[in-house]
Design a binder for this molecule. Sequence first.
Ligand SMILES: [Zn+2]
Length: 330
Amino acid sequence: MADLKLYDPFSKMQFTDEHCFLCGITITTADRTPVFGEWMQKKYNLENKELLLLDKSITTFSQLTIPCCNQCHTNYILPLEEEIEKASEADYEGIKLLDPKRLFQWIGKMYYGTLVTELIREKDPLIMPENPVSENPQMLGKFRTFYQVLQSLRVPMVFSDFQPCSLFILQVEPTEDNLPFEYQDELSTMAFSIKLGPVVIVCKLLDNGIISKAMGRMYKLIESRQLHPIQVAEFKAQVFYAAYIFNVVPDYFIRTIKPDDKQLVLDTLIDDVTNEVFNPWEPVAYAHMLEEMLKPWSIREQQILADPTRLLTFLTDEKGEFKTIEHFAQ
Ligand SMILES: [Zn+2]
């Protein structure tokens, strides 16, 4: 019988360097796996690149590792990294062909890796974060739900009729693109983006694809286009803002396991009766998010809001058609 038992580190808050992040078995502090695949660190020269943690301490991509037993590292993490590495060799076409579930697991591992690092650090009495994640029951509940579906990385699992996230894959026009790699994630809103050469993957975890549907028209318009970096930044702002106003957490239910089952089947439900799925869309708050994303081009909030009937956009023209931008000039 396949081992279909899920692990729940949240029930005992078992976040230590002595427990595998994926299966929970006791390990030594030497058993670790990198949050960012080694192939990616090498390919994009990230080893010594700095990363800012939530408590404002600085680490590097190569130093960011999480507790992981040999079994999980060899059987689940390495094959996943290899699959993504291979796909990324063919850039957009390769990434596009990946099973969305594998992309979800890959992104989920990096996201959860940063989260686990935070939770382990919060146990250190010398580190006193202002708003510890481990003392926020609402956030912990959300992370715990997310961890259920992330375990599809180890435990064979079928999502009955949903993807646990929204995924967008964009391609960047090379002329004014000088950023080989970029990474951004927001712990509380579960918005994530990563740039691998000319491909940008934007993701909102744990929304069951609702943002994908809500942004379907815009995504269709830009999906097969070569985008100017400023257009990528704007699209990212839209997804990150949608993640910010996203207001529900799905519930996942495991179907009863029969003795010869080889995988778990998960059903899902979103309670959109008690809560609205999205909080209201606020132009000023969105403009603020867009301003953040457009920092490299020094575009200010006032410019974004100048015409209240039509906020500044680089993606579409007045008719709502896709706008090609090869060179950006203010
Ligand atoms: Zn393990």
